[in-house]
Design a protein around this ligand. Sequence first.
Ligand code: PLP
Length: 437
Amino acid sequence: MGEYLQAATKKYLLRYGGDAFPNVFTHAKGSKIRDTSGREIIDFTSGQMCATIGHNHPEIIKAINQAGERAYHMFSGMIPDVVAKLAQELAQNWMPNNLNRSLFLSTGSESTEAALRLAKIYTGGYEVIALGGSWHGVTGAAASVSYASDRHGYGPTVPGTFILPEPNSYRPYIEAGSEEAEADAALDLGLKMFDMQSRGAPAAIIVEPVISAGGVLVPPKSFFKRLRKEADKRGMLLIFDEAQTAFGRIGARTAAEYFDATPDILCASKTLGGGLPLAATITNDEIEQTAHERGFTFYTSHVSDPLPATVGLAVLETLQREQLLQAAQTKGTFLRELLIGLQQKYDVIGDVRGLGMLMGVELVKDRTSKQPNHELGALTTKRCFELGLSMNIRRRAERGSVWRIAPPLTISENELEQGVSIMDQAIGESLNALARP
Ligand SMILES: Cc1ncc(COP(=O)(O)O)c(C=O)c1O
């Protein structure tokens, strides 16, 4: 059965990139994935960083059944009751400052597109600045502002997209003595370049508060204060893409709250749907009103669909009832200590960083040279999988080899220990294999 389906995979699927595992998979439950042979694998990535409350949580199953009894889908001009409830729940209990107007979509890429369209129609400008190492999606404008994705081979990007050097305390672009000073220096230089290139039509600065695909880089708090000031100075909106950071992953309701920052627009996706396609673009009354008056549209086939909204409500209720924000903090500390233990054992672990249950582990040739260790990253990730652990590694020539570790917040400490012990064995064996002539 497994082999037959593996052959079908090879013959009938269009390959879409990334490192595909050879097996075919059947089940995802809690923190475990099962393949066609019945083998269970610990999931250290929550699927595609979505399943924060665990795969197929009973509350998600219940929500899907409820939607089955009531409605999955409606005409986009009909607002389902659950969509109204979800918008109210986000505004009253989850969003920072005055972000209280939500548009519900399906994917993170769409939430970026909607945010950029809002910023453009509101400011009348079109120039957008994003950070190096960013990932905001694969659709037109979102791909244009994504610098960690593959940009080669698809023709021109949207005119008016600019890059800022991202804050990176492990590999600073400009050495300046402290991570705050280094983030400032890189920002100063980047903005100087932007001001020179600008055609005088600035619209937005878009950032991931934790630059995830770019290597799980955590900027200092001061960086966001500076961004706010610099955006205001130029009449630009500040957009936070919180696809990965909102709703518990870093132990807070949002990264905006964690960093005490004040974005004008917040994009949420992965962690809101808990594994189902749900995204939101959220802004304040004033921006919503102005955009509406200027004719803002963002219709998709699945805008305001009741099925994902029912699931989103279940995800938020579960996060609260099971106290998963606190769990992200305590389990995050536990995980960090385990990873630091590994770092003390292996000189090839250059850096351990992250927030809550979103951690990055950077592999290097050695800690002095900090040279990226792509061979070890590939080999160890493969060995982890053979030993029963699913890991995601970001390998880009320009920025090193970084494991991105984001298990479900419902994972047990025992499973975290098992996972890190597999990493330990896999690193040891891979180092031996690479040392052989
Ligand atoms: C920060 C961030 N924004 C946007 C996206 C795009 O989301 P989607 O893949 O759902 O379109 C991703 C996906 O990895 C992401 O990590």
